[in-house]
Design a protein around this ligand. Structure first.
Ligand code: AQP
Length: 330
C-alpha cells in the first residue's frame, strides 16, 4: 500500500480549527487507503523554548486529540517523533546536502525569526524544514497531508530526495503534498487576511477551549460593512472564511449556504456557525478527556506506534548510511 506521513507539534494545549480543517481531517480520511504514519513532533517543538513538564503533558494531549479525531491506532502508526531516533539521524545527513542559501529562503523561518531578536532564534528553527524532510523521507512516504503553509517545505523535501537519489542512487520516494482545495488555509477570525495560527492567537478557535468561548469568538469575527453573505475571498475575506469553515464542518456546499442565508444578516450566520462548532467540539472534548484519564494506555498506544514506525525508518536509514559510504557497525 502507498504510504502517508504527517506530523503536528505539541506546542499548545489544543489544536485549532486551522490545524483540523487544513490537515488533521485529511489524516483521518487517508488512513483508509494508505499505510499511515502520524507523529507528534516533539523534536520540532523544541526549536523554540519549552517548559519540560508542559511539553510532556502537551505531547499526551496532542496524541489524545488525534485519537479523538479518529486516528485509529490499529490501522495507523501513531507515535512520538523522539521515540524514533532515525528522524534525527537522517536529518543530519540531509543537512549536509542542503545549501545554506537554500535553507535561508524558507519563508516560514523568515516570518518566525523576524518576530524575535536574533539571539532567541535557534539554529534548530533554521534547520526545521530539513528535519521535516527527514520525517517524510525516512518512511518513503508517497503523500503528505498538510495545509498550504507547508507547500514550500514539501518542495524542499522533494529537492533533497532528488539530490540524494541523483548523487547516491535511487533511494527515496518523492512525496506529493496533499493540500485540501477548500480548506488549505483557514484565516484568523480577527484578521481574515492572516493565517489562523497559534503564534498570533487573536482570532483562533481552539478545539479544547470552552465551546461557549469559541461561539463567542465566531460571533465577534471581523467581517465587512456590506450586508451580503457571499463567497468572495478577495473582497469579503471574513465572510468567506466563515462560509468555508461552515461548509467544511457540515459537508454542505458553500453555494447552498449562500442561498440559505440570502437576505439574512451576518449575525445569523455567525450564531449558527457558533452552534455548529459547539456541536462538533463537545463530543470531541469528552473523548479527549477519556483518553487522558488513562495515560498508561495512551503511552502503550504510542509505544506500539513507535515500534511499527521504527522498523520502517531503520531500514531506510540503513540503506542511506550504506550508500553514503559509512562503514557498517558490527
Ligand atoms: N490556518 C491554517 N489553515 C490550514 N492549515 C493549517 N495548519 C496550521 N494552521 C493552518 C496546518 O496544521 C498542520 C500542523 O501544523 P504545525 O504542527 O506546524 O502546527 P503549528 O505550526 O503548531 O500551527 P500553527 O498555528 O500554524 O503554528 P505556528 O503559527 O506557530 O506555525 C500543518 O499541516 C499545517 O499546514
Amino acid at each position: 500500500r502507498p504510504r502517508v506521513l504527517s506530523g503536528i507539534q505539541p506546542t499548545a494545549d489544543s489544536f485549532h480549527l486551522g490545524n483540523y480543517l487544513g490537515a488533521l481531517r485529511e489524516w483521518v480520511t487517508l488512513q483508509r487507503e494508505f499505510d499511515a504514519f502520524y507523529c507528534v513532533v516533539d523534536l520540532h517543538a523544541i526549536t523554540v523554548a519549552q517548559d519540560p513538564a508542559e511539553l510532556r503533558r502537551r505531547t499526551r494531549v496532542s496524541a489524545a486529540q488525534l485519537l479523538a479525531l479518529g486516528i485509529d491506532p490499529d490501522r495507523s502508526a501513531l507515535f512520538v517523533q523522539s521515540h524514533v531516533p532515525e528522524h534525527a539521524q537522517l536529518s543530519w545527513v540531509l543537512e549536509c546536502l542542503t545549501g545554506f542559501g537554500e535553507a535561508g529562503r524558507m519563508t516560514q523561518f523568515k516570518d518566525k525569526s523576524t518576530r524575535q531578536d536574533a539571539d532567541h532564534v535557534s539554529v534548530g528553527l533554521f534547520t526545521y524544514p530539513i528535519l521535516q524532510a527527514a520525517d517524510i523521507l525516512v518512511y518513503q512516504a508517497n503523500a503528505v497531508p498538510v495545509g498550504e503553509d507547508q507547500r514550500q517545505h514539501l518542495e524542499l523535501t522533494r529537492n533533497l530526495a532528488q539530490r540524494f537519489n541523483a548523487r547516491f542512487g535511487s533511494t527515496f520516494t518523492l512525496p506529493e503534498p496533499k493540500i485540501p482545495q477548500e480548506t488549505a488555509k483557514i484565516f484568523d477570525l480577527q484578521d481574515p487576511t492572516a493565517k489562523m495560527s497559534k503564534s498570533v492567537p487573536a482570532g483562533v478557535v481552539e478545539l479544547m477551549e470552552d465551546p461557549k468561548r469559541s461561539a463567542k469568538k465566531i460571533r465577534s469575527a471581523v467581517t465587512d460593512n456590506e450586508r451580503e453573505i457571499r463567497y468572495d475571498p478577495e473582497a469579503k475575506a471574513g465572510v468567506s472564511n466563515l462560509l468555508v469553515i461552515y461548509s467544511a464542518l457540515t459537508g454542505r456546499a458553500v453555494s447552498e449556504l449562500e442561498a440559505e442565508y440570502a437576505g439574512r444578516g451576518y449575525g445569523d450566520l455567525k450564531k449558527d456557525l457558533g452552534e455548529v462548532v459547539v456541536e462538533f467540539v463537545t463530543p470531541f472534548q469528552d473523548q479527549v478527556r477519556g483518553y487522558l484519564d488513562d495515560p498508561a494506555e495512551l503511552d502503550k498506544i504510542l509505544g506500539k506506534g513507535a515500534e511499527k514506525a521504527r522498523s520502517v525508518a531503520a531500514e531506510t536509514l540503513r540503506s542511506v548510511y550504506d550508500r553514503i559510504g559509512f562503514l557498517p557497525s558490527m
